[in-house]
Design a binder for this molecule. Structure first.
Ligand code: ZN
Length: 549
């Protein structure tokens, strides 16, 4: 078999051979039969749906020596010349590369010259790529076309074609092929060309073709050449699985693999968006999804796991990354950042995700048993409200966390027995007021109380307790000064539950432990910087990923 691509070999030569564009075929055949062909057509539709093929068939039949009911004979000299691409009556131009005003002027100049056939057919592909000036020149010709000239303007993006041009054309829209029609076509080609291929491979081919006859036959050819093995060029399922798992590493690995296979980051984004759109449609309008049933089931499962709001969010995020890529020197980096952002809950912006983030961090801080875990109720498995207080109604609503044995200053700064009560009463002036820098800030985290002569430094949570106790050696001198002698000091954490739960029983709380809301308000606030320090302290080995507040 001569080396000829399946797409070329099975390219339709007559209107009747075109797949899935019946409305276009009907309009054109009728026009030809009645000799009422237009001077300018606009063919729009996705790539690979047969726009230029149809334009060539039109050119062929308009110049055919023996047309049969609106179809070319495909045997006469003119038909064969068009088929071989050497007809003087058909001029094909790609507007993407011939988009200057000079190019168009050349066309116009040539258009007025005669040619061997009855009609001169200009096929301008990707006409939306024409420059403004070139569009203006084309428009002039369309306004007063030479009688024997037919323009066929093809585009994947009709919205970008100037309205003035569009309004002077007959606009015919091409559609992607329904999956069953495409499948029938592929099976016919497979049988006709004697290709051996499994059903699974045919489905993979159809999936990759995504409704485009040209892309489908290209995929079939590749599949046949590799013995039915067809790598998905973009492993969309792998990407979606990684999204479902919130797995940034897996996403980056998928990008690396795909890029290594020569796939451009922009194309990856397009493939992903197309796939996610299908996922979305399985939930909203399954009848619009053009996929074989087995594949449809896979997408439905993916969509269920992702959830519609998240699918929409990912599509939006990918769309934004597409914009960013336009000006970025390295589009792969843009893609990677976008993907990581989409799975990293911390990096998502917006008030809602920020609140969720704070809530989660707070929970983690509270539940983390940095030192001694709170007593647990064996029945409920939950921390016992009040800790020790639950066993001893007279005990304050606190639990000891850092220094179960009193920390006693051994430095001979002061002598005699100090008064914890006095320290507690004068804490802000005699202690905080005397400390400097970090120690001062840390002392502000503690609420001092006197418990039977022992100075108890109450803090809000375990990380604060650790900081205070770590800094005790720097504070003890001042504390003992304030106490007028040596006193025992312990650091305790208020139970997290006690802070948030309204079910605190006042009768269980010693008076000095009762938290007066006004007093809480008057407590010094912790700076954002120290909050960050706390967070990073609370998660050893962690690093701050975002400075967002
Ligand atoms: Zn002919």
């Amino acid at each position: 078999m001569a080396v000829q691509s399946l797409y070329r070999r099975y390219r339709p030569q007559r209107f009747s051979e075109l797949k899935g564009q019946e409305h276009v075929v009907r309009a054109l055949k009728n026009a030809v039969i009645n000799s009422r062909e237009g001077h300018a057509y606009l063919f729009s539709g996705p790539r690979g749906t047969g726009k230029t093929t149809t334009a060539r068939i039109l050119a062929k039949v308009l110049n055919c020596e023996k047309p049969i009911e609106g179809e070319p004979c495909c045997e006469c000299g003119s038909c064969l010349a068009v088929q071989q691409g050497n007809s003087f009556d058909v001029i094909e131009l790609d507007a993407a590369s011939n988009n200057s005003v000079d190019d168009i002027r050349d066309i116009i100049a040539a258009a007025s010259l005669g040619s061997p056939g009855r009609h001169k057919v200009y096929i301008l592909d990707e006409v939306h790529m024409l420059s403004k000036k070139a569009s203006a020149a084309l428009l002039k010709t369309l306004e007063e076309p030479p009688s024997h000239v037919v323009f066929v303007l093809a585009t994947t993006d009709p919205e970008k074609v100037a309205e003035t041009i569009r309004s002077r054309t007959q606009h015919l829209q091409f559609h992607l092929l329904p999956i069953d029609e495409l499948e029938a076509h592929v099976r016919w080609v497979v049988a006709d060309a004697g290709i051996e291929i499994s059903d699974e491979a045919i489905y993979a081919v159809l999936r990759q073709g995504a409704g485009s006859a040209r892309d489908t036959l290209s995929a079939l050819e590749l599949s046949a050449a590799t013995g039915g093995v067809l790598d998905e060029v973009t492993p969309v399922d792998e990407f979606v699985e990684a999204f479902i798992q919130f797995d940034a590493g897996r996403l980056l690995a998928a990008v690396a693999n795909t890029v290594n296979f020569g796939r451009d980051p922009r194309t990856i984004v397009n493939d992903l968006v197309r796939h996610l759109r299908d996922c979305f449609l399985t939930q909203m309008a399954p009848q619009l999804v053009q996929l074989p049933e087995s594949r449809m089931a896979v997408l439905t499962t993916q969509a269920t796991h992702l959830g519609t709001p998240r699918i929409v969010k990912i599509i939006e995020g990918l769309g934004l990354s597409m914009n960013d890529m336009r000006n970025a020197p390295d589009s792969r980096v843009v893609l990677e950042v976008a993907l990581v952002r989409l799975v990293h809950r911390e990096l998502q912006t917006g008030v809602e995700s920020l609140l969720a983030r704070i809530e989660r961090l707070e929970k983690e801080l509270e539940s983390r048993p940095t030192f001694a875990p709170a007593p647990v109720n064996p029945v409920t498995g939950k921390a016992v409200l009040g800790g020790r207080a639950a066993q001893d109604p007279s005990a304050p609503l606190v639990r000891p966390v850092v220094a179960p044995t009193p920390v006693v200053d051994t430095a001979p700064v002061v002598s005699g027995v100090g008064s914890a009560e006095q320290v507690a009463a004068t804490w802000s002036t005699a202690v905080i007021g005397q400390l400097k820098g970090m120690s001062r800030a840390i002392a502000q985290m503690a609420k001092p109380i006197d418990r039977d002569g022992t100075l108890v430094l109450l803090v809000d949570n375990d990380p604060s307790a650790k900081r205070v106790s770590d800094n005790l050696p720097q504070m003890l001198g001042v504390i003992h000064q304030a106490a007028g002698g040596v006193c025992s000091v312990i650091v305790e954490t208020r139970l997290a539950e006690a802070r948030s739960a309204p079910i605190v029983r006042p009768d269980l709380i010693a008076e000095e432990d009762f938290i007066d809301p006004d007093e809480v308000k008057a407590l010094p606030t912790i700076s954002k910087a120290s909050l960050k320090n706390e967070l990073t302290d609370a998660f050893p080995g962690s690093e701050l990923l975002s400075e967002e507040e």
